[in-house]
Design a protein around this ligand. Structure first.
Ligand code: XMP
Length: 512
């Protein structure tokens, strides 16, 4: 694809945001490691290159560096923060370490409203985050903008089409950010703006086809958006060579197992093996009350089942994973290793570590909302595309204490009412997640003229951006009342409903 932009990643927090902004500008973009040799990139005829920011200083020995051949390749280059400083070092400019690093907002003054700053106001607010600064420009470079604390806040050599900005155009706090990126991509590099999700489908399917050849591929469907979109995309590329395995562990919500299989088999015509493992999971979980043990048992059981199924299909060489860009970042964040384990999160369809497959991760460069868009382009039903997050261990972590068939029915029926009522309501903001929890508490009630001693169901409904932090949703009282009335009237064995009004932290979203 001639119009691909590569972002060379120097470990910036914002590399993925840069890639996303480029795609939003209608240009296909991929992130690659900073030391990717120019020859590798040249083989793909890039339309432009962006050097990201990064946590290091170019002034220290062995600082991460680019292949210098890139800078004389003639391909338009934009360096952001660390990227600009690298360009400066390679092409004859001087840099100093600032006595005080500059973080946060600054007023940017552009030298002229042309080129990189075409259409940008003479002064505009930008976001800075740097400890080094360019002080003198190398031959051919012009100063394009400054701030009070940063003399060279942008520089460029129009002849060679090499530019640098010290601020971060990719963050929303930089008012002119989109305009500057647009100017670089379209005005300077001359790239079009025609890239859309359907172009992604074309590129990705061609790559998958080339990689897989005539081999067989397997994929675990969980009912979630990511595995659904990944499987559909791979099926678009290789059709019958893909086998999807759907394990019904009996811990899904009401009607979900049937609707997953129907959507994939009947609507999308995927090759799906559905395994009814409800009894096996219930047996393995019998008498287990400890939340961590529940999670571990479900994880192990799932992997074992998946392995058994995979072994029945001859010649499987690849496994599809619905890994998203945030997962990629998360997995290389060193801090996450040092963090306390709160819960052993488990994705049904998570990779069994010792399995002998190569991975296909077609969503690795996408964000969740891009995955949903891709799902729509691929023709996935809206209920799959818009499915709210659901934990891998399913209803097992929404039944506090022992899991039995009877208790599963109670939580499933109550949950169906919660979902139906919340989905039918017009809410702003719409809760990010909403569900019922079956508590181990029984309480006294009166129904008709009789005493009851029955279950307490808790309603959980939260607002959140990413599940990392959350607040309880301020649902209208009338809606709460409807949900409560319906649950106690329609779900056998429940005589009381409580609303969980705890944020995360200190609580977590799920109760277990
Ligand atoms: P917690 O309970 O940790 O949940 O505050 C945060 C978000 O993660 C979901 N969750 C899981 N997702 N496997 C998953 O794929 C899991 O084991 C798991 N546990 C919790 C939870 O529903 C919420 O969206």
């Amino acid at each position: 694809m001639a119009e691909t932009v590569f972002v060379l990643d120097f470990g910036a927090q914002y590399s993925q945001l840069i890639a996303r902004r480029v795609r939003e500008a209608g240009v296909y973009c991929e992130i690659v490691p900073f030391d990717t040799p120019w020859a590798t990139l040249a083989a793909r005829s890039p339309g432009a290159i962006i050097l990201s920011g990064g946590p290091e200083s170019t002034l220290v020995p062995d600082a991460p560096d680019v292949d210098p051949a890139l800078l004389s390749s003639g391909v338009p280059i934009l360096g952001i923060c660390y990227g600009m400083q690298l360009i400066a070092r390679h092409l004859g400019s001087e840099l100093v370490k600032l006595d005080h690093a500059e973080y946060g907002p600054a007023e940017l003054r552009a030298a002229s409203a042309a080129g990189l700053f075409a259409g940008v106001d003479p002064t505009t607010r930008v976001w800075m985050s740097h400890g080094d600064s360019v002080t003198r420009l190398g031959d051919g470079f012009e100063k394009l903008a400054s701030t009070d604390r940063c003399e060279v806040a942008a520089m460029g050599d129009a002849r060679r089409k090499i530019y640098g900005v010290q601020f971060h155009p990719e963050v929303v706090h930089s008012e002119c950010g989109r305009r500057v990126l647009d100017n670089f991509l379209h005005g300077i590099a001359g790239l079009g703006n025609a890239w859309r999700m359907d172009s992604f489908v074309e590129t990705a399917t061609a790559e998958i086809k080339a990689k897989v050849g005539s081999d067989r591929v397997i994929c675990a469907l969980s009912g979630g958006v990511d595995s659904a979109v990944a499987a559909t995309l791979v099926a678009r590329a290789i059709g019958e060579q893909l086998t999807c395995v759907f394990v019904d562990h009996g811990l899904l919500r009401k009607g979900e197992a049937e609707s997953v299989v129907a959507a994939f088999r009947d609507v999308l015509h995927l090759n799906v093996i559905a395994i009814d493992a409800r009894k096996r999971f219930l047996d393995a979980l019998a008498g287990v009350e400890d939340p961590e043990r529940k999670r571990v048992i479900i994880g192990h059981e799932f992997i074992r089942l998946f392995e058994e199924e995979a072994a029945k299909i001859p010649g499987v060489k690849y496994l599809v994973q619905g890994t998203l860009y945030p997962d990629v970042i998360e997995s290389k964040t060193p801090d996450s290793k040092a963090g306390h384990k709160i819960k052993s999160h488990h994705n049904v369809g998570g990779l069994p570590e010792h399995m002998d497959f190569s991975l296909i991760e077609p969503l690795r460069s996408l964000f969740k909302d891009e995955v949903r868009e891709l799902g729509r382009v691929l023709g996935l039903p809206e209920h799959v595309v818009q499915r709210q997050p659901f934990p891998g261990p399913g209803l097992a972590v929404r039944i506090i204490g022992d899991i039995t068939e009877e208790r599963l029915t109670v939580v499933r029926e109550a949950d169906a009412i919660v979902c139906a009522e919340i989905e039918a309501a017009t809410l702003d903001p719409k809760p990010w997640q909403y569900f019922a929890v079956l508590t181990p508490v029984k309480s006294v009630g009166v129904m008709g003229d009789g005493r009851t001693y029955a279950n307490l169901v808790a309603l959980r409904s939260i607002t959140s951006e990413d599940g990392m932090t959350a607040d309880w949703a301020r649902l209208p009282h009338a809606l709460l009342e409807r949900i409560s009335t319906r649950i106690v009237n329609e779900v056998r064995g429940v005589n009381r409903v409580a609303y969980d009004i705890t944020s995360k932290p200190p609580a977590t979203v799920e109760w277990e």
